[in-house]
Design a protein around this ligand. Structure first.
Ligand code: PMP
Length: 350
């Protein structure tokens, strides 16, 4: 059967696997927060709905201005998109050329290989260390003349650890300025180790730094699809050229602004997640001592060949987690009672 005129390389792209969603099940599979939208968000969406027949502000002006003020950068350095996953794709489209490469650790966020292939770039995947961290020296060594970008996922999805300031300093010192150092901080708000760097604060002025953030995780807006990035003005401009017009819709823009207004409550909720994280990881380590350190709202069970089996065991008990076959299981931190159910499932399994 002919597949013409479809690009042959698309068949090789692994499909993005969303965390399962079954009604009634405890959903610990997609790294969402369990609390519902922040105060004021639902009202802002309802108000914006009255303008559903109009196109939204394509420049996302108010939201970009507000983010710029909070981050201490010019709004021209911010690009927004339909989730940070879309923006990562647009960034790669903006730098791709025949034969160009993007370096990232593996295992890491499953969207990177997809975005790279769609953009027409070659993925150079650098295996994580035995303790599930980025192997920074090996990543640096993987940078070659065709490398356009190196992606650091910090905290790393799905394994949990963050990249340290010393490691990032080293990357910026070792990598030529012509290579974009992309720091994906989707889980930044859950980082509570004060020694870990804030990508915008520490590296924002480097010409080749690009920092990705999202409203999907701690800000509780996964369903509305809003992500943003901070970069040099011409890099942000190039990405904005690639973004689909009106990518961030009106209710999404309104909701993100309302969420920012509720920052204190976001921080309170993030602190609940991180205190649960500490409790749950300690308990999980009694059963699986190899659980790596995590700074995100999830943790990694390195179960190897038994990963799928454990996920099935959880599903039988009405708990959804995210298996990566042959490697491990990623478990999102939920409400205390949800976490207890997960720990019970783990105890029963071993
Ligand atoms: N980066 C990382 C590391 C992620 O885990 C995710 C979400 N799974 C994203 C980016 C994308 O998030 P969104 O598209 O919802 O902004």
């Amino acid at each position: 059967m002919t597949t013409e005129p479809i690009r042959e390389d698309l068949a090789a792209i692994p499909r993005y696997v969303p965390g399962k969603a079954l009604p009634q099940a405890l959903k610990l599979s997609s790294n969402e927060v369990p609390y519902g939208p922040l105060p004021g968000v639902a009202e802002a969406i309802a108000d914006a709905a009255a303008n559903a027949h109009r196109y939204p502000d394509m420049g996302v002006t108010r939201l970009r201005d507000e983010l710029a003020a909070r981050l201490g950068v010019g709004a021209e350095r911010i690009a927004t998109g339909t989730g940070s996953v879309a923006l990562i794709g647009h960034l790669l489209q903006a730098v791709a050329s025949p034969g160009s490469e993007v370096v990232y650790s593996w295992r890491s966020f499953e969207a990177y290989p997809i975005a790279a292939t769609v953009a027409g770039m070659k993925s150079v995947q650098v295996p994580n260390t035995a303790d599930h961290r980025h192997d920074v020296e090996a990543m640096i060594a993987a940078v070659g003349p065709d490398t356009r970008a190196l992606i650091v996922c910090s905290p790393n999805n799905p394994t949990g650890p963050s990249v340290t300031a010393a490691e990032l300093d080293r990357i910026f010192a070792a990598v030529p300025e012509s290579v974009l150092v992309v720091i994906d901080e989707a889980y930044r708000e859950f980082v509570n180790d004060p020694s870990l760097p804030d990508g915008v604060e520490r590296y924002g002025d480097r010409p080749n730094a690009v920092v990705f953030r999202t409203f999907s995780k701690a800000w509780g807006l996964a369903g509305l699809r809003i992500g943003y990035m901070v970069a040099r003005a011409d890099v942000a401009d190039a990405v904005r050229r690639c973004v689909i017009p009106f990518a961030v819709n009106g209710p999404g823009q309104a909701a993100a602004l309302a969420a920012l207004e509720a920052e204190d409550e976001m921080r309170r909720r993030a602190a609940l997640v991180t205190s649960e994280r500490k409790r749950v990881v300690m308990a999980a380590r009694d059963l699986v001592p190899e659980v790596p350190q995590t700074q995100a709202n999830f943790f990694w069970l390195p179960l190897g060949e038994r990963a799928v089996e454990f996920a099935a065991h959880c599903e039988e008990r009405g708990i959804l987690v995210r298996p990566f076959a042959g490697d491990g299981v990623r478990v999102t931190i939920g409400l205390p009672e949800e976490n207890d159910a997960l720990l019970e499932a783990l105890r029963d399994w071993r």
